[in-house]
Design a protein around this ligand. Structure first.
Ligand code: ADP
Length: 208
């Protein structure tokens, strides 16, 4: 789906401040760490634990989380393929703005469709002022484990036919083909996953 453009005669307002000046003065480097995986795979748990460590280390970071965004910015969107695509596009745009501002944006959304995630990657690659890092983190938890955990009782409802189009049950999850990082919470502790994320950020020069 291509997003209808309704705003005409709009031009990006370029300030005088460069990305390098901003990041240099703030002593921070913006980036997006994009967590993707099945519901209950552990995205939010890991992102929240990582946020805690990063903030404690003085890294300016901010978590964008599925339910929270759906209660505000995206409350007019449902779970049809079209709405899911728009949900992810908006989050991709917001994460890009956070990254441009010098913040490490941690996004935790199922984001089941490859083309929607690729669009967000592309938004970062083509950011005004130069490409911003977009690091895809695949939280690879088998559906059986997710279903057993089921912290919000959603799988139970989906199995009972009370939720239609639930990812992994009657809607597909398209696993990333070339993620920057794969986490396996079925065999990794939350601390192990956080450490792996920190190593990734360090290897990309995002942490000072
Ligand atoms: P998601 O954001 O992917 O929907 P959540 O983080 O909300 O997933 O839920 C994952 C559930 O799995 C939480 O209840 C969490 O405590 C539990 N869990 C158990 N072990 C792990 C682990 N090693 N890593 C991440 N989550 C775990």
């Amino acid at each position: 789906m291509t997003t209808a453009v309704k705003a005409t005669n709009v031009h990006w307002h370029e300030g005088d401040l460069t990305r390098a000046e901003r990041f240099g003065a703030l002593k921070s480097r913006g980036a997006t760490l994009w967590f993707t995986g099945l519901s209950a795979s552990g995205k939010s748990t890991i992102a929240a634990a990582l946020e805690q460590v990063l903030v404690t280390r003085g890294v300016h970071c901010y978590r964008l989380d599925g339910d929270n965004i759906r209660m505000g910015l995206n409350k007019n969107l449902g779970f049809s393929a079209e709405d899911r695509a728009e949900n992810i596009r908006r989050i991709g745009e917001v994460a890009k703005l956070f990254a441009d501002a010098g913040v490490v944006a941690l996004t935790s959304f199922i984001s089941p469709y490859r083309k929607d995630r690729d669009l967000c990657r592309d938004l970062h690659a083509k950011a005004t002022g130069g490409a911003l890092p977009f690091l895809e983190v695949f939280v690879d938890t088998p559906i059986g484990v997710c279903e057993q955990r089921d912290p919000k009782g959603l799988y139970k409802k989906a199995r009972a036919g009370q939720i239609k189009g639930f990812t992994g049950i009657d809607d597909p999850y398209e696993a990333p083909e070339n993620p920057e990082l794969v986490l396996r919470p079925a065999t990794m502790s939350v601390a192990d996953s956080v450490a792996a994320c920190l190593r990734l950020l360090e290897s990309r020069g995002i942490l000072g």
